[in-house]
Design a binder for this molecule. Structure first.
Ligand code: 2U9
Length: 342
């Protein structure tokens, strides 16, 4: 009888429960009144007393195993869908994996940095939280300059007595480059900047810039003009013309603003260019000698040019976007339009 019990033990252990019917078949075969286990108990009664102790123990273990297996199978069958009724329909279309898109600002930022790195500029990055020296002082801003006003700059109350602010331009990164490196310096600094502006279709309290800086012996305004001409031709096509208008910045002397042919009307005149045929895209100039001296670069030996432009402005012209706020709202209907670009 011990042999029989052992073989049923193995059989029960290998029993495969697939659904409710198989569980019921198991119950009928082993545990029901007319099943194998009750029949073994009947047989047990006929055994001589000296065999009963060990065989009784094995028999009880067999019964417990069968009951446990059945209980476990019932609980898993109730939880999982019936394998026989839930069938996979292989003709159904697959779940689509929708691809994301780069943000238009990231697309244009990459295009801009690629254009400048092709002619030897190196990308430099730096902190968005700055001190007064790197954002203003080193760049020749006088102590009472309006940009240093609470109205224009976000100051941070750090509680440590230090005066911190959110950088208002990425020129601060280039000050750090100049402090750490002697000419020749040829660098561009893309990045996010902050200004305390009222949000509208044309202005935002955060935007992105690419600023450029080239310092070496004998660098001239002619070098600046040619570099910027190369940039706009690469960016907007070789029919684009440029023009310079005199301007003023504390950190450059002389300073200028640069316009390009209006991309909407090709220079004929339209509401976007206020019927002038030109649109402004950047500011530039020769680095002020005070800025070089502030960064321990000999202004009697070296000269340099610098320029700065807003990535949003370039992106709006390139993709004909008329509201700056769209860049910061993350509306999927706007962002998904740039899927095919890069
Ligand atoms: C150093 C010295 C000088 C960078 C320059 C401009 C002119 C300029 C504005 C254009 C639109 C900023 O995004 S904007 O609002 N920028 O007009 N930026 S020259 O001059 C530098 C930079 C670094 C060390």
């Amino acid at each position: 009888m011990e042999e029989k019990i052992k073989s049923f033990l193995e059989e029960i252990n290998l029993f495969l429960f697939t659904n409710e019917e198989s569980a019921e078949a198991f119950r009928l075969k082993y545990l029901s009144k007319k099943g194998i286990i009750p029949a073994l108990f009947e047989e047990f009664k006929t055994l001589p007393p000296e065999q009963r102790k060990t065989t009784g123990k094995s028999l009880n273990e067999l019964k417990q195993l069968a009951e446990q297996k059945l209980a476990d199978a019932k609980s898993t069958i109730n939880k999982s869908p019936d394998k026989d009724t839930v069938k996979t329909d292989l003709s159904l279309p697959g779940d689509p994996h929708s691809l994301g898109a780069r943000h238009p600002i990231s697309i244009v930022r990459k295009q801009m940095t690629d254009i400048f790195t092709r002619i030897g500029f190196v990308v430099s990055e730096g902190p968005e939280i700055e001190d007064d020296w790197h954002n203003f002082g080193a760049l020749n801003f006088p102590p009472n300059h309006p940009a240093r006003d609470m109205q224009d700059t976000f100051f941070i109350d750090s509680g440590d007595g230090e005066k911190w602010l959110l950088r208002t331009h990425t020129s601060s990164v280039q000050v750090r480059v100049m402090e750490n490196q002697q000419p020749p310096i040829r660098t561009i600094s893309p990045g996010r900047v902050y200004r305390n502006e009222t949000i509208s279709a044309r202005a935002h309290c955060q935007f992105h810039q690419v600023e450029g800086l080239y310092i070496d012996e004998g660098v001239s305004f002619a070098d600046l003009k040619q570099t910027l001409y190369y940039f706009v031709q690469e960016m907007f096509g070789d029919k684009i013309e440029i023009r310079f208008r005199p301007s003023f910045f504390p950190f450059t002397e002389p300073s200028a603003e640069m316009d390009i042919t209006c991309l909407i009307c090709n220079g004929a005149g339209c509401p976007v260019c206020k019927h002038s045929g030109w649109v402004e895209i950047l500011g530039c100039g020769m680095v002020h000698p005070n800025v070089l001296d502030n960064c321990k670069i000999d202004s009697t030996k070296y000269t340099g040019y610098a320029f700065g432009m807003g990535i949003e402005r370039i992106t709006m012209l390139k993709f004909r976007i008329n509201d700056l706020r769209l860049f910061f709202e993350n509306d999927i209907r706007f962002l998904s339009q740039f899927k095919s670009v890069l």
